[in-house]
Ligand binder design. Structure first.
Ligand SMILES: Nc1ncnc2c1ncn2[C@@H]1O[C@H](COP(=O)(O)OP(=O)(O)OP(=O)(O)O)[C@@H](O)[C@H]1O
Length: 214
């Protein structure tokens, strides 16, 4: 099943970052986007996850063009079907780790998955305030929060940036297993070629174009 299809995306800030970028994501598929710092990878992920509107081009989610969706429709899709894991965690800082998961549970009306908490090795810090956690623990809580929603598409921007190699590999395995078990798809932005190569397809954002390299 097609989850996402982007056609001819172009975007500029002070200068043109990329033009005519097209990409399609199917269920149980993973795509990595690599490229030099500043090439526009995060911006592209923002366009694909509807956090930002493209200057040109279209993004279709689950068969419907996002430009033709009402604000309410798009909010519901974002809330229930898109899981966004970015470098800055956007956790609620005054809350405990568990309360952050409860917010996702309430918004998406899904259950908190205790095996996920165990797999991410964050059981010990569930009742600590987010501000008391290490960067790596915060990152894993934010991953647990995103997966609690049971999203159909995971957008991940350097999701393992704060983790040591072993934990990073375990977290990536968790993402891949999640996609397989839930027929979900993942788009990963990373500087790490090893992580990228774990994905089914790899693209490089270079010279304003998205080039397939695997
Ligand atoms: N909201 C914004 N307003 C103005 N310029 C921006 C904005 N967001 C990004 N940029 C600029 O667009 C360019 C691409 O940024 P982006 O974060 O997409 O690159 P990237 O490939 O993800 O980089 P990195 O690998 O360093 O994270 C940069 O020059 C950045 O300064």
């Amino acid at each position: 099943m097609n989850l996402l299809s982007a056609k001819n995306l172009s975007h500029s800030f002070e200068y043109e970052l990329f033009s005519d970028v097209s990409l399609s994501l199917e269920s149980n598929e993973s795509i990595a986007i690599i490229g030099m710092s500043g090439s526009g990878k995060s911006t592209l992920l923002h366009l694909l996850s509807t956090l930002l509107k493209p200057d040109k081009g279209t993004v279709t989610l689950f068969g419907k063009e996002t430009a033709s969706m009402s604000k309410k429709e798009l909010t519901l899709i974002k809330r229930n079907k898109l899981g966004i894991v970015f470098q800055s965690h956007y956790l609620f800082k005054g809350f405990t780790a568990y309360e952050n998961l409860e917010v996702a549970q309430i918004l998406s009306q899904k259950e908190i998955d205790n095996s996920l908490i165990k797999d991410l090795e964050i059981e010990q810090c569930m009742h600590q305030k987010v501000t008391e956690l290490s960067g790596g623990q915060q990152q894993r809580v934010s991953i647990a929060r995103v997966l609690t929603k049971k999203p159909s598409i995971i957008f991940a921007d350097e999701p393992t940036g704060n983790l040591d190699n072993k934990t990073a590999a375990e977290v990536m395995k968790l993402f891949f297993d999640y996609c397989q078990e839930n027929d979900a798809g993942m788009i990963l932005v990373t500087h790490d070629n090893n992580l990228a190569n774990m994905c089914k397809r790899v693209y490089k954002l270079e010279d304003k174009a998205l080039k397939p390299i695997k």
